[in-house]
Design a protein around this ligand. Structure first.
Ligand code: HXC
Length: 519
């Protein structure tokens, strides 16, 4: 073969690999409203930055006539590229090739990029669109999955791992995304479940559709498996780029700073007005977040799940932070099982990747009741406590209004090594709300008052007395549990100055193999 022929062979082979499962299957993919594996990578990465690996890999299976069916690349596109000029590694499963099913070689390709990402210290983004284990390969594909799982586990807390689910993801295959830091799903075209509707019906008799069992809505709002629900793939891929703009490439780097023209001492007069006079009236804590952060930009995570707590990324004077805020607009901002789990995982991610935490507190306590107790609110609430208490990143807390009981301690309190704890003058820091406190403190007296009116007058008087004493931040401030009581409109400046001061903070946990988080 001449030199020119050899070059032509290379060009032809590359063109063949780029066609994946062929035109017909690419059309079928498009007809379902899905992009191909390569189209996804093109949108995700900076233009022209993708370097593909293992384009010529084929499977080794010989069963079921597979020796006659070899497709270059074997169903997964892998490689490296940049996002906003920063290196990332990526794998993108190609449904047009054997339904994106995972073979031994397919798994090896994924493991190769994961290993390289760990060596380089760069994020991994996995795009999932697969029929699961390649049925013709049997147990080797199971081993392949486990090789990936182990790498997901070892990479956790070292490099950010992001999973986009843009098609089927079923059986044990769901565990790779769920081991990663962020999961995204597309509406209509994606689903995730451990066992599909047919098996569910056989085993339990329950009849349920694919989307009701494991669609994007279900995982974004009910199970919390998915952090983001997007309308289409392009929206999702651009969102991944945005998410990465807040994150360092690995756990040894600081999060990326950006230029900021939003004045650090911008006064927000509306914050002096936002807390309602009536302590039981709700308001939207997201309005507070938007007014505090640079340019009002807040990337919310888990928007549809456990709405009683809000989490997400923002910047203060160009510095990325993780924001955690109770949401009085939903269930009065109470801490329940889902909210505790949601926030705990977020706090741990931020701590692992050196992202300071800003906590805005307005919490009436933990949600009471047998549902919560039987579900283990004790253990789940402890997760959030553990996450905050273990975190060594700068922790700045502002108590906006209520901060009651155990929930007060949990929400980045001073004694959980909160660095700077501010309160607004509207803060109420106490063991419990006035109503509950009066019932406990004056139980005996109340039993002896028979007249309804007199009883109501007594309760109201005692509640007022309790509020006078506790429904303010001064008792906590007098004990040093609150570092300062600040005017709400100054909060942005106070947070930024605290972040600047804490830039060189050093704090460590005792040496150990690992902690025993209350899982
Ligand atoms: C081999 C597969 C495949 C698989 C799909 N294909 N899944 N080939 N192994 N797991 C092939 C199909 O034969 C078909 O090939 C092509 O991919 C497209 O599949 P269709 O069925 O035509 O597509 P669609 O109608 O969109 O349905 C998609 C699907 C369905 C719902 C994913 O293909 C399906 O149910 N597949 C099997 C899913 C499954 O049971 N997987 C194993 C799960 S167990 P042709 O040549 O006709 O185009 C598992 C264990 C993991 O994954 C354990 C990890 C620990």
């Amino acid at each position: 073969m001449s030199k020119q022929d050899k070059i032509k062979k290379l060009i032809d082979s590359r063109a063949e690999a780029k066609m994946g499962g062929g035109e017909k299957r690419i059309k079928a993919q498009h007809d379902k409203g899905k992009l191909t594996a390569r189209e996804r990578v093109e949108i995700l990465l900076d233009e022209g930055s993708f370097e593909e690996f293992d384009m010529f890999v084929t499977h080794r299976s010989t069963h079921f006539g597979m020796d006659k069916k070899k497709i270059l690349g074997d169903g997964v596109v892998t490689g490296t590229g940049t996002i906003d000029g920063r290196v990332v590694y990526v794998f993108s499963q190609d449904f047009t090739v054997f339904g994106g099913s995972l073979s031994e070689t397919f798994a090896q390709k994924i493991c190769k990029v994961m290993d390289m990402a760990m060596k380089v210290g760069a994020p991994v983004i996995g795009i999932n669109d697969s029929g699961g284990a390649r049925i013709q390969e049997g147990v080797t594909s199971l081993a392949g999955y486990a090789e990936i799982f182990e790498r997901n586990i070892l990479a956790s807390g070292v490099i950010p791992q992001i999973s986009a689910v843009f098609g089927p993801c079923a059986g044990g295959a769901v565990y790779s995304p769920s081991l990663t830091d962020f999961v995204m799903m597309t509406e209509e075209t994606s689903y995730m479940f451990v066992t599909g509707p047919k098996v569910v019906k056989t085993v339990t008799g329950e009849e349920i559709s694919v989307s009701d069992l494991g669609g994007a809505d279900v995982h974004a709002s009910k199970s919390g498996v998915s952090h983001f629900k997007v309308e289409d793939e392009e929206e999702g891929l651009l969102l991944i780029r945005k998410l990465l703009s807040y994150l360092p490439a690995n756990n040894l780097e600081e999060p990326p700073m950006t230029e900021c023209d939003d004045p650090i001492d911008r006064l927000e007069g509306s914050l002096n007005e936002i807390i309602p006079e009536n302590p039981n009236e709700p308001y939207d804590v997201k309005e507070i977040i938007h007014s505090l952060v640079d340019y009002g930009e807040f990337l919310e995570i888990h928007r549809h799940y456990a709405k009683n707590i809000v989490i997400g990324y923002a910047r203060f004077d160009g510095m990325p932070v993780g924001v955690v805020a109770n949401q009085p607009n939903y269930l009065a901002g109470v801490l329940d099982i889902d909210a505790s789990r949601k926030a705990a995982r977020f706090v741990r991610f931020c701590d692992a990747f050196n992202i300071p935490l800003i906590t805005l507190v307005d919490v009436p306590g933990f949600l009471p009741g047998s549902n919560q107790e039987y579900g283990g609110i004790i253990t789940h609430g402890a997760k959030l406590m553990f996450a905050y208490g273990e975190a060594t990143v700068p922790k700045i807390t502002i108590t906006l209004r209520k901060s009651y009981g155990g929930a007060h301690d949990v929400m980045s309190s001073k004694q959980l090594r909160g660095d700077i704890n501010y309160a607004w003058p509207t803060a109420e820091i106490a063991v419990m709300g006035a109503k509950g406190a009066v019932e406990v403190l004056y139980g005996k007296e109340l039993k002896n008052i028979e007249d309804e009116q007199e009883r109501a007058r007594f309760i109201s008087e005692k509640e007022e007395e309790y509020r006078e004493y506790f429904a303010n931040p001064y008792q906590a401030a007098s004990l040093g549990y609150i570092d300062d009581i600040i005017e709400p409109r100054n909060s942005r400046f106070r947070i930024i100055r605290a972040l600047q001061t804490l830039g060189t903070k050093k704090d460590v946990n005792p040496a150990k193999k690992h902690s025993n988080l209350p899982l």
